[in-house]
Design a protein around this ligand. Structure first.
Ligand SMILES: [Zn+2]
Length: 260
């Protein structure tokens, strides 16, 4: 309506009566569940969403959808009797909407075992029809994720899109731990986001099932890789100039020099 008024050349004045206030803080908690790894249970792949929501609507899309697919990724693994080599952990963050105290606290508590976090996923931009995975990883990781996403061809969600930052909670691990976010057909996300329209009827059961399938598959494969998912963010995948190779080249030239 405001757009139409402006288009007509109307001079618009808006008065906002805002009565927000900060109340005393109270304790809330992250909710954590996991399927323990069979060989290296201390190593973890995280699937996540946030449990709190804005104070209008019911938070079905933001972020009930992310919570649902993360929780159900574990249910799917349990139901199918799949136990990957490493642990798959669902973390439902608290307080994303107002300061991200949940993820900050989790990060502090786990400072000594951050090396064991192999890959961290969060869905917080809608759970419409899934298209693939958006991620922050190095060149080697990008190769692996591109191959993994090809397996999602049956649900037409094969896109593997490299990004510089994903997620909301998990953005604090950008460049420290590889991270991923659900890529979905979310053009309509901001129709509902933080409005009274964010209710259960915006959730599409077929899209949710497909998003759950993607979330469970990607988490399982990452947790079951033979070698750990590469944690380096280097953009060169040849490894040609890595230290051992450089030493090898120097040695070769020395041998050549001696033989001459
Ligand atoms: Zn959110």
């Amino acid at each position: 309506m405001l757009q139409r008024m402006q288009d007509r050349g109307d001079n618009i004045t808006i008065r906002l009566n805002i009565q927000t206030q900060n109340l005393t803080e109270v304790t809330s908690r992250n909710t954590v569940a996991e399927v323990q790894g069979s060989e290296q249970p201390e190593k973890v792949v995280i699937v996540s969403g946030h449990l709190d929501s804005w104070d209008v609507g019911v938070g079905a899309m933001d972020d009930g959808g992310g919570v649902f697919i993360s929780w159900y990724a574990l249910v799917v693994l349990r139901t199918l009797g799949l136990k990957p080599k490493r642990t798959v952990r669902a973390v439902l963050w608290t307080n994303e909407e107002n300061g991200m105290a949940g993820v900050k606290s989790y990060n502090e508590v786990h400072q000594d075992d951050l090396d064991d976090f192999i890959f961290i996923m969060e869905s917080d931009y809608g759970t419409f029809t899934p298209l693939g995975l958006e991620f922050v990883a190095g060149a080697k990781g990008t190769c692996i994720l591109t191959e993994i996403m090809k397996l999602l061809e049956p649900i037409n969600a094969t896109q593997a899109v490299k990004s510089t930052s994903v997620g909301s909670d998990i953005a604090l691990w950008t460049g420290i731990i590889p991270t991923g976010s659900l890529l979905n057909d979310n053009d309509a996300y901001f129709w509902y986001h933080h409005t009274k329209a964010d209710t259960m009827d915006v959730m599409d059961t077929d899209a949710l099932d497909k998003a759950t399938a993607l979330w469970a598959s990607v988490a399982y494969i990452l947790a079951d890789l033979k070698d750990d998912f590469p944690g380096d963010f280097s953009d060169s995948d040849s490894g040609f100039y890595s230290v051992p190779n450089v030493l090898f080249i120097i040695l070769l030239s020395l041998v050549g020099f001696v033989l001459r």
